[in-house]
Write a protein that binds this ligand. Structure first.
Ligand SMILES: C[S@@+](CC[C@H](N)C(=O)[O-])C[C@H]1O[C@@H](n2cnc3c(N)ncnc32)[C@H](O)[C@@H]1O
Length: 244
């Protein structure tokens, strides 16, 4: 396999084969379940999932909803098929091609739950994206963000024996695998975490770390999840102001 010059071919043709096989695949499914653990019951009317790739996360969502939109910058027939299968007349699931950094086709304060699974490492402007994500979520709405602890020691060690090994089996050279990862995971987990804490400083932010919950170290954890509830008021505003 030669390295595609644009990553859309990699995501369409090889992503699931590289990431969702064997022990790496089992671990990846645990990542999805972990992000959904606080929301196994209940209801969010409008759900927006960003960087949905081939609909890997959708099957782990347990709560009810009125409308679920999967969005990705690359089109995916698998995601469109999964959306069709999960749709019901009263509860549509859709796939939308768009840029998660700008969300130009999403109205402000229109989303009840926003999901971002392994996306922020990829974006050229994660802080602007986070500002935009906060704007599209309704006051009192939720953002669920999953961050792999790349480039932590534990993450890099795990990657060597899972995804990197699978990519090698597909015929990718070590140089190509490292180049692909460098283009894909351009942001450091510590920088993204600091941006999340800054953008959501007036909101309620719950962080879960795995496997070392008491240890706020990206070297000794595999991932962080953030469950953020957007404040119903903006700084300096009272509840009465926000209802005018
Ligand atoms: C590592 S994958 C996401 C993982 C996938 N959600 C999963 O759970 O396995 C990153 C995804 O983000 C998408 N992506 C990258 N930049 C994007 C952007 N600016 N807007 C929307 N999607 C983007 C890629 O096309 C890819 O599908």
């Amino acid at each position: 396999m030669s390295l595609p010059s644009d990553l859309s071919a990699y995501y369409a043709d090889h992503y699931d084969e590289v990431v969702y096989q064997g022990a790496g695949g089992a671990m990846q499914r645990q990542f999805h379940r972990s992000l959904e653990r606080p929301w196994t019951t209940g209801y969010f009317a409008n759900v927006l999932e960003l960087g949905a790739t081939n609909a890997e996360h959708l099957k782990h969502v347990r709560h009810n909803f009125k409308r679920y939109v999967m969005l990705d910058i690359n089109d995916s027939q698998s995601a469109r098929d999964a959306a069709g299968q999960a749709s019901r007349p009263d509860r549509p699931v859709e796939f939308l091609v768009s840029d998660a950094q700008f969300l130009t086709n999403v109205a402000d304060s229109s989303v009840d739950r926003l999901i971002s699974m392994c996306l922020l490492h990829h974006l050229p402007g994660p802080d602007q994206a986070l500002d935009r994500w906060r704007a599209v979520v309704k006051p009192g709405g939720v953002l669920s963000i999953f961050l792999p602890c790349d480039p932590g020691v534990l993450w890099r060690a795990g990657r060597l024996v899972t995804t990197f090994r699978a990519a090698k089996r597909l015929g990718m050279s070590k140089t190509d695998i490292r180049y692909l990862n460098a283009r894909d995971h351009r942001n450091h987990v510590a920088s993204i975490a600091a941006m999340i804490n800054a953008v959501f400083r007036h909101d309620s932010v719950r962080v879960h770390r795995f496997p070392a919950q008491p240890l706020p170290s990206w070297n000794f954890n595999l991932y962080y999840t953030f469950q953020i509830t957007k404040s119903v008021t903006e700084p300096g505003e009272t509840v009465a102001d926000s209802e005018r």
